[in-house]
Design a protein around this ligand. Structure first.
Ligand code: SF4
Length: 427
C-alpha cells in the first residue's frame, strides 16, 4: 500500500470512528481514497471535532480541514446546521483562545434599568431578559429608568400615552398627572451626559422606553386605542442619536434582528477605539479588516469608505475619522440582503481557486445554491471557507470581520436546535 493510500485508509478509519452520527448512524458512510465522503449530522460532526480537540488527538487539524469534504444529506442540513457556538468552540481550541482569533471592543449600551438591573417597573417588578443576560459579559451597560428619574417612584401608577386636544401626552391616567414636560426635560439632560455610546437596548412597548408599537389611548379613559408610536424617552434618544442602533429586548429574540444589531454595536465600538487612537494607519487597517463586511452591507459605501481611509487629500485624523464615521453609519444602517452575502462568499471563494479541486468548488457552489434557495443558513458556506482559511493560511480572510462580526456565543442557539434544553423524549 502506497503512502497516499495508507493516509486515506487512516483518514477513513478515523472518520468512521470520530464522526459517527449519533442521531442517525445510518448516515455514516465512507468512500475511497482521499475523497472521503461522509454523510453525517452536522452537529455530530462538530461534536466530534470538539471531542477530538479536548482529547488532544493528533487528528484535530485534519478534522477541521475535513469540513470542506463533508457531504451532508439535505434533510440533515436543513435547519439542523451546527451552531456558531460549536464552530467557535473548535476554532477557539485550535487557536488557543478567542483573543488569538479576534479581540472585540466592548460596546457601551444604554439599557432600560428594569431589564434585569433593578425592580423599577411601575409595580416593583424586574424583567428577566435572556438577550441582556447573554450579552452582559461582552458589553458595558448604562442602565437608566426614565420614569424613576422623573420622580414617579416605585411602585407607582402606570403611565400611558393619551391623545387629546393638546396632542399626544404622557399621563398617569389614574391620577391625571401629565408628565410629558418632565420626561422631555429629563431625556434632554440625560442625552447631554452621554459620551462614547454605541447603542440602546430598551424595554419593548413601554410608553417611556418602547422603540415602537407603544399604544396611544383615546382621551376619556374608555380604553380605546387610536394608534401606536415610540415611547417618550426612546423617541428623544432616537432624535438625538439617529445613527446608533436601538432595539428592544422583544425584537432581539429574532436571530436576524439580533445579528444586525450586534454587528452594528461591535463595529461601532471597534471604530470608537480606532477613533480614540488618532492613528490614520489604524483607521486604514480597520477598513481593511471590515472590507468584506462592508461589501455585504453596501458596496457603494465600501468604496467611499475606502477612498476616505486612503486619505488622498492628506487631511488630519479628526477630519478623516469624522467623515469615515458618517459613512460607516450610513453603510450599516440597513441589514444586508442574502444576495449581498452570496456575492461576498463568491468573492472569498475566488481567493482559493488555485488551491481547491473542481469537486470542492462544486460542493461549495452547490451549498451556496441551497442557501440561495433558503434551504440552509449561511453557516455551511462560512464554515467551508473557514476551513480553507486555516488550510491555506489566508491571513487576509482570517482577519475579516465578516466571518465573526461579534463574539459567536452572543447568537445563542435556537431552543429547537439546542441539545442542552429540555429532553423531548422523557415521558
Ligand atoms: S420600561 Fe423604562 S421607564 Fe419603564 S420601568 Fe423599565 S426602565 Fe423604567
Amino acid at each position: 500500500m502506497g503512502y497516499a493510500q495508507e493516509e486515506a485508509a487512516k483518514e477513513k478509519a478515523e472518520a468512521a470512528e470520530a464522526y459517527e452520527c449519533e442521531e442517525r448512524p445510518c448516515h455514516a458512510r465512507a468512500g475511497a481514497g482521499r475523497e472521503i465522503r461522509m454523510a453525517v449530522h452536522p452537529a455530530a460532526a462538530f461534536e466530534g471535532l470538539r471531542q477530538d480537540l479536548s482529547w488532544g488527538r493528533q487528528g484535530m487539524t485534519i478534522s477541521l480541514l475535513w469540513i470542506h469534504r463533508f457531504v451532508v444529506p439535505h434533510e440533515c442540513m436543513q435547519y439542523s446546521m451546527p451552531s456558531e457556538r460549536n464552530l467557535y468552540v473548535g476554532w477557539r481550541a485550535l487557536h488557543g483562545s478567542e483573543r488569538d482569533v479576534r479581540a472585540f471592543a466592548r460596546p457601551r449600551v444604554v439599557v432600560s434599568r428594569c431589564l434585569g438591573f433593578d425592580h423599577c417597573r411601575w409595580n416593583g417588578d424586574m424583567i428577566t431578559s435572556e438577550v441582556v443576560q447573554m450579552i452582559t459579559p461582552r458589553v458595558d451597560f448604562l442602565p437608566v429608568c426614565a420614569e424613576v428619574e422623573i420622580g414617579l417612584g416605585v411602585p407607582r401608577k402606570p403611565v400611558r400615552f393619551v391623545e387629546g386636544e393638546n396632542g399626544i401626552r404622557l399621563v398617569q391616567h389614574e391620577t391625571g398627572l401629565d408628565v410629558t414636560g418632565r420626561m422631555e426635560r429629563f431625556a434632554a439632560s440625560f442625552a447631554g451626559t452621554l459620551r462614547e455610546i454605541d447603542g440602546f437596548l430598551l424595554k419593548s412597548r413601554s410608553p417611556s422606553c418602547g422603540i415602537r408599537d407603544v399604544k396611544v389611548y383615546r382621551a376619556g379613559g374608555t380604553g380605546d386605542t387610536v394608534g401606536k408610536t415610540a415611547g417618550a424617552f426612546a423617541a428623544a434618544m432616537a432624535a438625538r442619536f439617529p445613527n446608533l442602533p436601538a432595539e428592544d429586548e422583544g425584537r432581539l429574540r429574532n436571530r436576524r434582528i439580533r445579528e444586525h444589531f450586534l454587528t452594528r454595536l461591535f463595529t461601532f465600538a471597534a471604530f470608537r477605539e480606532v477613533r480614540a487612537g488618532g492613528d490614520l494607519r489604524e483607521l486604514a487597517a480597520f477598513h481593511t479588516r471590515n472590507k468584506l463586511l462592508l461589501m455585504a452591507y453596501s458596496q457603494k459605501e465600501m468604496r467611499e469608505l475606502g477612498r476616505i481611509a486612503a486619505n488622498p487629500d492628506k487631511k488630519t485624523f479628526p477630519g478623516v475619522a469624522g467623515e469615515y464615521g458618517d459613512h460607516l453609519n450610513a453603510a450599516l444602517s440597513r441589514a444586508p440582503r442574502y444576495t449581498a452575502h452570496i456575492n461576498v462568499l463568491l468573492h472569498a471563494l475566488g481567493r482559493f481557486k488555485a488551491g481547491i479541486s473542481p469537486a470542492e468548488k462544486t460542493f461549495f457552489l452547490d451549498t451556496l445554491e441551497q442557501y440561495r434557495q433558503d434551504r440552509v443558513t449561511i453557516c455551511p458556506n462560512l464554515m467551508i471557507l473557514r476551513g480553507w482559511i486555516v488550510r491555506f493560511g489566508d491571513d487576509y480572510l482570517r482577519e475579516q470581520t465578516f466571518f465573526s462580526p461579534f463574539p459567536a456565543e452572543l447568537m445563542g442557539v435556537s431552543q429547537d436546535l439546542s441539545h442542552s434544553q429540555r429532553d423531548y423524549w422523557v415521558k
